[in-house]
Design a protein around this ligand. Structure first.
Ligand code: KG4
Length: 340
């Protein structure tokens, strides 16, 4: 009999539920929350309230699209963390209640592992192409920037990570600073396509090992824009495409330098990316180019799997379930998960 897993994701501002059967995707429903846009960032209290409203219809829709009755489910996988505590509480409580009422196991998933394993979701009519183990994953989102060595679906080693801001934060905060809007990543990505990436230079960090830092470049952009606007108030408007292209290039250079170093140090040539920033077109192009040059096999997630979604939670949960892992009912969500 197939293992049918319901995945539930509620770590930030997307309420999502997905059903997979033996690793094959049957449904993936996401309700995004537009309410935050007017505030220029996610408001935690509003996010948890919206999750409360969304969770029942989203789970019902996922089951119905999958053509699966709740009695057919083998286990329920949910995001335990990291994320916003109030948001995580909604998904965790719902998953527990449903597992108890159905008398089926509960499996907890680290959200970051979900992003890394998103590429293992198999889909009808999409050729299966997955990295072999061990592989390196550049995990880049609004909360994280890490290089992870993935030894198996259950064994992760962080080789390097940011010591301050995440790269997604740099995109978002700098976009806000330039008055471009929220979320900043997609806006900068779009404007960068029309600009000259070599026009402006921004200070790059000099951090030892495989760790990252993105706070310095943020300050560099802040001072640059402030000084130029003091000379010409129209500067931002006239040059925004070039600023975005140059800033994005600088961020990608920082990410790629350490990724290349990690690949050299480990000798690993299976390279994947994951997380919200993996949707960035400049980063995707650069990884593909470097891959060709360096003999890497590169794995880019489909766009629908770059943002938060429950399909990635369901697939990670499936691996945990198959390994015999079960989660006690008194489990609490956690906003930070220091390690994998
Ligand atoms: O993984 P994610 O959906 O949420 C978590 O942080 O867990 O990532 C959100 C981040 C935001 O910082 C957003 O600006 C960034 O991903 N992002 C992008 C792009 N699309 C989303 N950054 C750069 N280019 C994009 N196209």
């Amino acid at each position: 009999m197939a293992d049918i897993i319901l995945g539930i994701e509620s770590s930030c501002d997307d309420t999502s539920a997905a059903v997979i059967s033996d690793g094959w995707l049957l449904s993936n429903v996401i309700a995004s929350q537009d309410v935050h846009r007017q505030y220029g960032g996610v408001v935690p209290e509003l996010a948890s309230r919206a999750h409360e409203l969304n969770i029942v219809p989203v789970v019902s829709e996922a089951l119905s699209r999958a053509g699966v009755r709740k009695e057919d489910l083998t286990a329920i996988a949910f995001t335990r963390g990291p994320g916003l505590l109030g948001s995580l509480l909604v998904g965790t409580s719902f998953a527990k209640t449903m597992a108890v009422s159905l008398g089926i196991p509960l499996v907890m998933v680290n959200h970051l592992q979900g992003h890394i394993l998103a590429g293992f979701v198999k889909q009808k009519d999409v050729p299966v192409r997955q990295p072999s183990f061990p592989f390196l994953c550049l995990l880049v989102s609004g909360g994280n920037s890490q290089i992870v060595k993935v030894n198996s679906p259950l064994d992760f080693e962080i080789l390097g990570q940011t010591i301050d801001d995440a790269v997604g934060e740099a995109f978002d905060k700098c976009s806000k600073m330039m008055g471009l809007g929220y979320p900043g990543g997609p806006i900068i990505d779009r404007l960068a396509k029309e600009g000259d990436e070599n026009r402006f230079q921004f200070a790059k960090p000099n951090i030892p090992g495989l760790d990252y830092s993105f706070s310095g470049i943020k300050t560099s952009l802040l001072y640059f824009v402030r000084d130029e606007i003091a000379k010409d108030p129209e500067f931002m408007e006239k040059n925004k495409a070039d600023i975005c292209a140059s800033f994005q290039k600088a961020l990608i250079d920082i990410l790629m330098n350490k990724l290349i170093k990690a690949a050299k140090q480990t000798g690993i040539t299976q390279i994947a990316i994951g997380g919200g920033v993996s949707a960035n077109s400049g980063l995707r192009d650069r990884i593909t180019q470097e891959g060709r040059k360096r003999g890497w096999e590169t794995y880019l997630p489909e766009f629908k799997f770059t943002t938060d979604n429950a399909a990635m939670i369901a697939i990670a949960g499936y691996f945990h379930y198959r390994a015999g892992e079960r989660c006690p009912l008194d489990i609490a969500p956690v906003s930070r998960m220091a390690d994998f």
